[in-house]
Write a protein of this length. Sequence first.
Length: 656
Amino acid sequence: MKTTWPAIRCGCLLLASTALLTGSVAAQAQKAAGAAQGSAAAAVISSVAVTQTGERASVRVEGEGLREALATHMENPPRLVLDFSGTRLAVHHRTDVPGAPAPVRGVRLGQYKRDVARVVIDLSAETPYEITHEGTALVISFAGGSFAGDGPAAKEHAANLTTKAAPAEQPAVRRSSFRYAPAAPRAARPTAAKRKLTVSTPKFQLPRELTQPAQVLASWSGRPGMPARPAQESGAAVTATRYTGEPISVNLKDVDLRDFFRLIHEISGLNVILDPAVKGSLTIVLDEVPWDQALDLVLQNNSLDKQITGNVLRIATRDALKKEAEVSRDLQKAQQEAVDPVTVTRVLSYAKAEKLTGTLRKFLSSRGDILADDRSNQLIIRDIPSTIPVIDNLIRQLDRKSQQVEIEARVVSASRSFAQDIGVQLGFAGTTTSGRTLFAGNQNVGVSPITTSPIPPPLVSTGGGMPFNVNLGAVGPTSGMFFGHRSPNFAVDFFISAAEAKGVGKLLSKPKIITQNNEKAIIKQGTKIPIQTTVNNTISIQFIDAVLKLEVTPLVTAEGTVFMDVVVENTQIDAGIPRVQGTPALNTQSAETKVLVADGGTVVIGGIIITQQRTDVTQVPLVGSLPVIGHLFKRTNVVVQSQELLFFLTPRIIPG
């Protein structure tokens, strides 16, 4: 046999699971209660243990003079409630016995009333049970399996409820939730439309360790069957309310509103105080709704609101609570006006006093003021004494050493160029056999540099150089080829010239700077160009920056990353553009952005790619368009240029 003897802890506060009975059942309950009060509370419960023998779990209640207990099975969650009339606990505090063997999850016991001790057995599932006496102890045994329907387990459990679990004078009550229907017995059901709510008011004994109001609801919250206040979801915005109260089922018609709040007292165990202005009637039908949600619905439907202080629930109209809040606010304001202000000074170490005054001034009272002394970096504060601690706390949070960040920027400019120029120069001349016809070029087109001595007959009138028929030579040629022919009747000069050029360029600029967190930093390198201006007959000189500039404001986030507001600019003098009145043209490359980068990471914040391709063809009309032979009568010039510009940024948080 395996036995678990738990340590008995202090205190007990159990949910009053009040069965609101009517007719003969209520009369029998009152008779039993009167009999219990008339007898001396001689029985005592000294200890409770959870044991297991084989597959059978048992709860053993030890004591003196223990009689039969009133057993009530409840659901959602499943549990067995045992009330011992004329019995008291050996100690006046709550006891929790965690259960090890299934189906017992734990045992709770406490002094439900002055002469009634209650034992609650929490179960993991609905299970048949048997109550027997063993000497001075009462043993509640549970068998494996669950009872449902009309099977043998259900019949055995029904027998336990009627014959073993309840005394003869008090019938056992099995219910899944609190259900109240204000109706008389069937034989004497009234026909009037309005019914009166009657509830009993059991007295709850508050445990010694829960006398502090802030601890009461916190101790109740989350326990099965225990009252709890509605809990709201945490987050930036409240989207829903979570209710944790015991589910109840209520069917009321034209019931006095104040009687409903008495029912809430019976179910929750909270002390309820009603404002005198709370009046009205209530008609409500709810099935399996948490009692705290039902309370909120009734309050909202009747323009009421609640205040919970410790274990006391106060209900009043919204207007009454609003007026109380206004009176409290006016009283607090009047108390502040009556207090003499004080003057204090605070020395800042890292923050600028002038920058903090605007922020701190918003937290002063209506009588407060704050000044900044730039020379000593001090704050002079004058306000009522209750405001000074708030300002001091803000100063401690804001006047802190800032982190430093190193920012390194790289500006990479790469350029490529290709040029190709191929041209032809052709001159020919000749005469016919008769000597009366001459074919030759035109000197206005150009003259061949080749001279011939003695000059053949076709070139007699050309002055020594053959005029070109086609003059489409390459500009600035780096290579060429010549073909010439001379005969008595014909002469040819043929030139092919060509040029090709390639270029690759790279420019790297690498500015670096260190600054404090959330402070702007600027670094420049380059030339200032003087510009002369005349205004109102006054000549003045202004300077324009032709520099490489890095301007950045870093912000270190809580995750250790760096958010940066960046401006990178690379401005240079463009020598390819003529100056205007002595002022040169400027070539600018810049990027401005906001970017988030990991500590030590590198990011490309901008890139520019420029590609230019041009092909020029100059040719003799018609002839230059002929296939193959047309190349002898044209010039082809090809130019290809590309330029790439990239901005890299690397932040590093400096330790310490």
